[in-house]
Write a protein that binds this ligand. Structure first.
Ligand code: 8X3
Length: 257
């Protein structure tokens, strides 16, 4: 059940940013960075207790959001009358099986969350973003939206679709006061991404980052997002591909062990 933002919106003149997937990882780090940059941040995600803590910490708002539910997204839009920045971060990978044995249900979930989730939330907040006269849609894509790898087709297909959505949106909004940016991170070590992908198998999840000197952190990506958002309103960063120094390409990762 969604709850409207609790702060006093009428006397709070900070620009409003909505961040989806804000309960952990890149989303939570982004909420913190944007709050530090002067935004009133609406932290949106499924796990409410984490959101309440974060919102209290950054003097923002918490709203329960399931990006796979049109009703939930409509409730978000109704609770956020003004908004100049939307960060679509909700997403993730499920499984790493080859196409020969991949689970179609997992592919469907990935498409629903990563692609249709961006569609639903962007559609719902677009009127407010346009009305702000200086709107900005930032989507957290992935290097997986530019290259493919064995066992990754469900996720890479979804992230390629995200890249196509972002590029199309920029074309369709040309002439409107809304910037459109994709951030495409490579290897980011967050507490949940690989753990969720491997269904809670912590050993397998840890292997992804094994021997990598310094994978990116959620805050590294949040920093990039805040940087894009805080450029002047006429400066549109189309795409920012960000990888750790140890990752020259998706398959070319320097490991010390
Ligand atoms: C990047 C993660 O596993 O596709 O979002 O390299 S991965």
């Amino acid at each position: 059940m969604s709850t409207p933002p609790t702060g006093n919106a009428s006397t709070d003149h900070r620009p409003v940013a909505v961040v989806t997937g804000a309960s952990s990882g890149i989303g939570a780090a982004t909420a913190r960075r944007l709050a530090a940059a002067g935004y009133r941040v609406v932290c949106a995600a499924r796990r409410r207790s984490r959101l309440d803590e974060l919102a209290a910490e950054i003097d923002g708002d918490a709203i329960t959001l399931d990006v796979t539910s049109s009703d939930s997204v409509a409730a978000l839009a109704a609770a956020v009358p003004r908004c100049s920045l939307l960060v679509n971060d909700a997403g993730g990978a499920l499984g790493a099986d080859p196409i020969s044995s991949a689970n179609p249900d997992e592919w469907q979930t990935m498409y629903d969350v990563n692609v249709l989730g961006v569609l639903r939330v962007t559609q719902a907040l677009l009127p407010a973003l346009i009305a702000s006269a200086a709107g900005h849609v930032i989507v957290v894509g992935s290097t997986a939206g530019r290259v493919v790898y064995e066992g990754g087709a469900g996720y890479t297909a979804a992230k390629h679709a995200v890249a196509a959505l972002v590029e199309t949106l920029r074309l369709e909004l040309c002439g409107q006061p809304v910037r459109v940016t994709e951030i495409a991170p490579g290897m980011v070590h967050t507490e949940e991404f690989s753990l969720v992908r491997f269904h809670g198998d912590s050993e397998r999840a840890a292997k992804v980052y094994e021997g990598v000197d310094a994978p990116l952190t959620a805050d590294d990506i949040a920093d990039c997002i805040a940087w894009c958002a805080t450029r002047p309103a006429h400066v549109n960063v189309d795409l920012l591909v960000v990888k750790p120094l140890a990752q020259a390409a998706q398959h070319k990762v320097h490991r010390t062990t």
